[in-house]
Design a protein around this ligand. Structure first.
Ligand code: C2O
Ligand code: CU
Ligand code: CU
Length: 502
C-alpha cells in the first residue's frame, strides 16, 4: 500500500483513493488505465509496480508541469566577482535564507552567496583559481564542481564534508576547454535534500577559442543560463523535502528556472544562446519550440560540438547540459514563442522586444573534438551494471560504501567503460550516469555511433533500460572519484561507486 500511495504521488494526485484534481489529460488517462487494472484488487502490488515502471519508461506519463504564465521576468544568477587583481579568488558560502519565490510569500530556502541558488562563477582556461568555501548551514555539506577536471581532493565529493560554521580552501588550475559546468553539494545521503532546497550554482569556463568565435556571449543579454528544477510547494508555499521526497526521484509539478516561478524571458531580435542545465533531482526534459522551429545546438556537457547542428528537440536527463542558439530574427512567428516540454507544457515563454540586438556569428566549425580509431578499437576494460529502483538501486550489485574502492585506473590512460542498464521484470527506467573529475567521449550506444548531438565531451549520459553504452574515459588528475546515477535520490540511496586514479 505504501508503494501505491507513492505511485499516486508520482502521478501528482491520489486517484487511487479518489479525488484526483490533476487536470492533465495524459496523466488522467494513465491513472484511469491503472485504476481499471487495479480496481478489483487494489492491494495487489504487482500490476501497479509494472505500471509505475512504465511511468518511468515513458516520460509522457510523468506528472506534467504547470504551464508557465510568464508573469515573472527570468532571474539571471549574478556573475561572481574576482576578489583579486592578479589571482583568481572567489568565496562561496552555503547559506540558509528566505526567498520570495511567490509574490508576498516567504519560502525557506538554501543558496550560495544569497538566499536561493547561487552565482555564476566565471573561470578561464589556464587560470590558477582559489576558492574559499564556507558552510553557514546547520548541517554538513560539500562543494562539488560537476564536470571540472580536478584532483580527487578538490572535487568535493562525499569525502570532503565541511562542518557547519567551518570553511576550507581549494586551489587548482583550469585545464579544460570552454564549457558550462555547475556546482552543487554532495554530502552522504543528503545531496538530494540540499539541492532541492536551493544549493546549485554555475561554473563557466571560457577559453581563447570560445571568446573569439563570435558566438553570443553577453551574459544575461544574449547568453542566458537556464537551470531547470521542478519542485513541489506545500500549501504554505514551502519546499518540504521530507514530505515531497520520492525514493525513486522527486518529481514536482512546479517548474523553477533559475529559481523563477512562471518565468518569461525578454529577448531582442537577435541570436540568443541558451545554456540549458537540468538541475532537477529526477525529471527528464525534452525541450522544443512551440512553433516547431529548429534551434541550433552548439555544445554538450563539456564543450562545443565540432559543428553547430539544427535540432527540433533535445532531451536532457538530470545534470546533463547543452547549449543552444535560437535565432529570434528568423522564427515562423513574431510572438507567442515558447520553449516547451515534450508533453506540450509551457516552460519558458519568450517576449521579443522590438529592438534589434547585437550581431553574432555561428561559425561552421567551432571545435576539434575527435574520437580516434584507436579509441574506437580499444577493448572494454571496465563494466558497470546499473540496476533497480527506489531504495533497491545498485551498481554492479552493490551499494555505495565509502571504504570500498570499486575500480582503479591509471592517470592519463584511456580506458573503455561499458555501462549497461540492466532491466528488471517490469522493464526498468532511465538512469542518468555521471562520473566525477573528467569529461569522456561516447563511443557507442548499443553498438551504434551516438547521434551528432552527443559527439562532444560528456560527463553525464542518459542510459535507457537494457541499453549498453561504451565510453572512452581518461582521468587527467589523481584521486578518488565518484560515479553514480544522477537521480539524486538514487545517488543518496547508494547507487554510487568509487574509482581510484593513481
Ligand atoms: Cu553532479 Cu556526483 O554530481
Ligand atoms: Cu559530479
Ligand atoms: Cu538511477
Amino acid at each position: 500500500m505504501r508503494l501505491m500511495i507513492r505511485v499516486a504521488a508520482i502521478m501528482g494526485c491520489v486517484a487511487l483513493i479518489g479525488g484526483c484534481n490533476n487536470d492533465n489529460p495524459k496523466t488522467n488517462e494513465h491513472m484511469d488505465h491503472s485504476i481499471m487494472k487495479e480496481d478489483t484488487n487494489a492491494a495487489d502490488h504487482s500490476a501497479m509496480d509494472a505500471d509505475m515502471m512504465g511511468g518511468h519508461m515513458n516520460h509522457d506519463d510523468v506528472l506534467r508541469l504547470h504551464d508557465s504564465t510568464g508573469e515573472n521576468e527570468l532571474k539571471i544568477p549574478p556573475m561572481l566577482k574576482n576578489e583579486h587583481k592578479e589571482d583568481v579568488v572567489y568565496t562561496v558560502r552555503a547559506q540558509k535564507g528566505i526567498t520570495e519565490i511567490f509574490d508576498g510569500t516567504k519560502t525557506k530556502t538554501y543558496g550560495y552567496n544569497g538566499s536561493f541558488l547561487g552565482p555564476m562563477i566565471p573561470l578561464k582556461k589556464g587560470d590558477r583559481v582559489k576558492i574559499r568555501m564556507i558552510n553557514e548551514l546547520d548541517e554538513e555539506t560539500t562543494f562539488h564542481w560537476h564536470g571540472l577536471e580536478v584532483a580527487g581532493d578538490i572535487d568535493g565529493g562525499p569525502h570532503d564534508p565541511i562542518k557547519p560554521g567551518e570553511e576550507k580552501e581549494i586551489e587548482f588550475t583550469v585545464k579544460q576547454d570552454a564549457a558550462t559546468l555547475w556546482f552543487h553539494p554532495h554530502p552522504t545521503g543528503k545531496t538530494a535534500s540540499q539541492v532541492y532546497q536551493g544549493l546549485a550554482g554555475l561554473l563557466y569556463i571560457e577559453d581563447e577559442q570560445s571568446q573569439s568565435l563570435g558566438l553570443p556571449n553577453d551574459y544575461g543579454k544574449n547568453d542566458i543560463p537556464l537551470i531547470f528544477q521542478d519542485r513541489i510547494f506545500d500549501d504554505k508555499k514551502q519546499l518540504n523535502y521530507s514530505s515531497s521526497m520520492n525514493s525513486d526521484g522527486t518529481i514536482g509539478d512546479t517548474l523553477l528556472i533559475n529559481g523563477t516561478v512562471n518565468p518569461k524571458l525578454t529577448v531582442n531580435k537577435e541570436k540568443v544562446r541558451l545554456r540549458l542545465v537540468n538541475g532537477s533531482n529526477a525529471r527528464n526534459y525534452t525541450f522544443k519550440l512551440n512553433t516547431g522551429d529548429s534551434f541550433i545546438q552548439i555544445a554538450t556537457d563539456g564543450g562545443f560540438l565540432n559543428n553547430p547542428i539544427y535540432m527540433k528537440e533535445i532531451t536532457l536527463t538530470p545534470s546533463e547540459r547543452a547549449e543552444i542558439i535560437i535565432d529570434f530574427t528568423k522564427l515562423n512567428r513574431a510572438n507567442d514563442i515558447a520553449l516547451i516540454n515534450e508533453d506540450g507544457s509551457i516552460l519558458l515563454p519568450f517576449n521579443i522586444s522590438g529592438q534589434n540586438g547585437s550581431i553574432s556569428k555561428i561559425p561552421a566549425r567551432i571545435n576539434d573534438f575527435l574520437v580516434t580509431d584507436e579509441e574506437k578499437n580499444l577493448p572494454v576494460t571496465k563494466t558497470i551494471e546499473l540496476f533497480g529502483m527506489m531504495e533497491h538501486v545498485t551498481i554492479n550489485g552493490k551499494k555505495f560504501d565509502p571504504k570500498r574502492i570499486d575500480l582503479t585506473q591509471k592517470q592519463g590512460v584511456t580506458e573503455i567503460w561499458e555501462i549497461h542498464n540492466k532491466p528488471d521484470m517490469m522493464g526498468g527506467m532511465i538512469h542518468p550516469f555521471h562520473i566525477h573529475g573528467t569529461q569522456f567521449k561516447i563511443i557507442s550506444r548499443d553498438g551504434k555511433e551516438p547521434t551528432e548531438s552527443e559527439q562532444g565531451w560528456k560527463d553525464s549520459i542518459s542510459i535507457k533500460p537494457d541499453e549498453r553504452v561504451k565510453i572512452a574515459i581518461q582521468f587527467k588528475e589523481k584521486g578518488v572519484f565518484m560515479f553514480h546515477c544522477h537521480i539524486l535520490e538514487h545517488e543518496d540511496n547508494g547507487m554510487m561507486g568509487q574509482v581510484k586514479v593513481e
